[in-house]
Write a protein that binds this ligand. Sequence first.
Ligand code: SF4
Length: 446
Amino acid sequence: MKDIKELIAKYETPGPRYTSYPTAPHFSPDTDKERLKSLALSSSAPMSLYIHVPFCRDLCWFCGCTSSVCRDQSKADEYVGLLDSELLLWCSEGMQRRQLRQIHIGGGTPNFLSAEQTERLGEIIRRHFSISPDCEFSVEFDPRTLSEEKVKAFAKIGVNRASIGVQDTNPEVQKAVNRIQPQEKNEAAAAWLRAAGIREINIDLIYGLPLQSARSFAKTLEDAEKLAPTRVALFGYAHVPWMKPTQKNLEKHPLPAPDEKVEIFLSAKEFFEKNGYEYIGLDHFAKPSDALIAARKNGTLHRNFQGYTTHAGLDNFAVGLTSISETKTSYRQNFKSMESYKSLILSGTIPIERGIILNGDDILRRGIIMDIMCSLRVRYSDYGVDFKSVFAKPLALLEKMREDGLVEIFDDRFEVTNLGRLFLRNIAMLFDGRLSGGGHRYSKTI
Ligand code: SF4
């Protein structure tokens, strides 16, 4: 087997993160909106709900999310009202009262909302949907603007899982990325969440930021571990200033060289594995007790726009600015501009900006790509085609990955090895039928 760093250098190439297939650059404003709506309304099965809260108090310069700086709390009042109106528009189109098995509030900063606004949002969710007793209800929290009162409000509306955005606890790195966040704030957030009964805690970290090194990041890892998360997302920073011009600010300080970035990731992986976490793949680690591990074992692990989730097979219904919804055969995305989002809702139009309706080939490839990313196994008989002849070319390329130890190939299937978990995006890319289209520049795969 080749040296791991050699392999990383060999496979480092721009590629999608496969939170959807086809990926978002293939969504088009010309897609038939009436058809997108009818696909959304054609099922009454349980589903997952995503709510986007776009406001942030300050802008972190690395951020790739759709967020806007806001200091005016009344904007959030208006926005919560727009979310309600968006759902009412769906009801007027015939949306049934569907059961939610999973709810996620992301952003932006969901805890930009005051305790009162959070309770109002909870009331809106309950008015439009029924919530299954085992519903996973998660929220992304920014400890810098969290308070005990806000945590209590989120617990009151049923939140049972929290993602704490830690990123990096080194003060120099924090200055360089415009996100000053003392570790005491992280510890206070974790303590408030646990005291309020929200015991499932994820930590989000970022590697590849300016001034980071494997040595400096070791302290961040220790600080993260002190918060006792059951799940860790260790995102590789994607430097895409052509899409996110604010990221230009990060170029004032040296970004870690590719070798150093790999070193940071590998030492973090080693750290988490030593501390009892399993590497799920890509950017996720979880303790054996975490639902992600059980989901991987029983085949219900899924990838969507929030990353890895535990409920495969659910439609994802998303509301709010820029949010992306998913059905079995389509994706649709709301407008990214607040002006357009608001004016459409006020004029009585569901604010879909673009989308895609999947053809048979997309559905087939989506199944294979999701199996690579989630089950780490592709069984040829699962897809209803003569797999070996339809995918002769990717299977021939996969042979080279087998030589590198990334996959094992059997007569009826291939499986991703432990080493191959580092290269899931590369393996999935072999089965992507749309890689050359979309006119999009992706971040590096590793
Ligand atoms: S990282 Fe979070 S808090 Fe920072 S700008 Fe992005 S969404 Fe806002």
